[in-house]
Design a protein around this ligand. Structure first.
Ligand SMILES: C[S@@+](CC[C@H](N)C(=O)[O-])C[C@H]1O[C@@H](n2cnc3c(N)ncnc32)[C@H](O)[C@@H]1O
Length: 401
């Protein structure tokens, strides 16, 4: 990989500034907009921009050590140079890089060590404490994994195709992919590609969905004809999977507190040919009360710290803090307590998060079960980032009375 075109350098710089210093600017959306705005960049250029941008977001703290100060709007070009020197990315000395002094950076790189675990893994100091406290010795193995690039996994939409047929469709559009053992609907890309421009995507043959996330629909054990509530549906990643598993038979009620997410869900459902989904906005507590005792299955894909998916969203470690995690834990318990009544007696619910912290996962479930003796745990799965895909937690719970 090399950085030799000035317009790519400026693009990366501006995207980093936006992500680091502007409120509510998320790396995935920032890069999506940048690439959309530069339709003339070829696929190699896009790869260079996305890869360097994401790597610098990921390694921000470590690069701060190499440049000797925290990231500021005025030192982003310096950070890009430090990244190129550290990762041995060939770069051309362009106008914007002229004033950057590299001697100090090179001295630190030559030393080959960094002063703390926070710099080594490129995470905030508070997160070192949290990971160590919650995961014990294994926390560093998980951090190594979380600093890797995530593979791109698709879920073949079984309402329209099969994984094998999808692989052929994609091959015809110059995208190479393969089946993933033990994940019946998953197809993994050989290398990162913009699959959203393929006709296979426009025809609704697949969604991008990590392999771990595809386990959720399966574990919930939905069947054709059931009434299923997806209580934190968001833009519907898992709702669409549930619709496919139910072969469009039965009913899925998709809830969220944000209308714009449900609007996106409806758009995706149309593309996927999923016809059994009804989206409902939670605008007061009556929305939930009306559903009490009505569902065979309930999915609570709860809001969480997102620490299991840092491979995919490396910027979130710079945007959250311990106070946020503490607040989200209170919400998770509240959601479990309020929404569990949606299931019928004998029905099942799945509590899931994309966090790897036991305090958001197994401990939340233990507290819930202690306070709600009519519910019992059937199964629990903890998927760690070091296993290869995203980190996820899921607990299948039955309502007995
Ligand atoms: C982990 S995300 C869900 C992702 C989604 N299930 C998917 O597969 O794409 C959690 C969702 O919960 C929603 N949420 C937050 N608080 C909520 C609440 N009290 N009730 C319902 N949904 C809530 C958020 O808006 C967010 O969309």
């Amino acid at each position: 990989m090399e950085l030799i075109h000035r317009n790519l350098l400026i693009g990366i710089h501006d995207a980093l500034q936006e992500t680091f210093f502007e409120d509510r600017k998320y790396a995935d959306k920032v890069i999506e907009r940048l690439l959309k705005a530069h339709k003339k960049w070829g696929s190699e250029d896009r790869k260079v921009v996305a890869s360097i941008f994401y790597d610098i977001v990921r390694w921000k703290k470590r690069l701060e050590y190499y440049i000797g100060e925290s990231a500021k709007p005025s030192n982003i070009y310096r950070m890009i140079v430090a990244y190129c020197l550290w990762s041995k990315t060939h770069y051309k000395k362009m106008e914007e890089l002229e004033g950057v002094k590299i001697a100090d950076i090179l001295t630190k790189l030559k030393k080959g060590t960094v002063p703390s675990k926070a710099f080594e893994h490129s995470i905030p100091d508070w997160l070192v404490e949290t990971m160590e406290r919650e995961l014990g010795k294994s926390w560093e193995d998980e951090m190594y994994a979380l600093n890797e690039q995530a593979p791109t996994v698709l879920r073949a939409n079984s309402l329209k195709t099969t994984p094998k047929a999808l692989i052929e469709e994609l091959r015809a559009e110059n995208v190479e992919s393969f089946l993933v053992a033990d994940y019946p609907d998953a197809v993994e890309l050989e290398e990162k590609k913009n699959v959203f421009i393929t006709s296979a995507f426009k025809d609704g043959l697949f969604e991008v969905q990590d392999a771990s996330s595809q386990l959720i629909g399966k574990l919930l054990d939905v069947k054709e004809g059931m009434r299923v509530v997806d209580a934190c549906a968001g833009a519907g990643g898992k709702t669409l999977h549930l619709a496919a598993l139910m072969q469009n038979k039965g009913q899925i009620i998709a809830l969220d507190i944000y209308g714009w997410k449900l609007t996106e869900l409806k758009r995706r459902a149309k593309r996927a040919g999923a016809h059994n989904i009804e989206a409902r906005l939670i605008d007061d507590n009556k929305t939930i009360k009306r559903l009490h005792g009505t569902a065979d299955r309930l999915l609570i894909d709860a809001p969480c710290s997102g620490l299991g998916v840092l491979k995919r969203n490396p910027d979130s470690k710079w945007k959250i803090d311990q106070a946020f995690i503490d607040r989200i834990k209170i919400e998770q318990q509240q959601i479990l307590t309020d929404y569990c009544k949606i299931i019928k007696i004998g029905g099942k619910m799945l509590y899931a998060t994309c966090s790897i912290l036991p305090s958001e996962n197994t401990k939340q479930v233990q507290t819930f079960l202690k306070n709600n003796p009519d519910y019992s745990l059937l199964k629990e799965e903890k998927i760690m980032p070091s296993q290869g895909y995203d980190g996820f937690y899921m607990a299948l719970i039955e309502r007995k009375a």
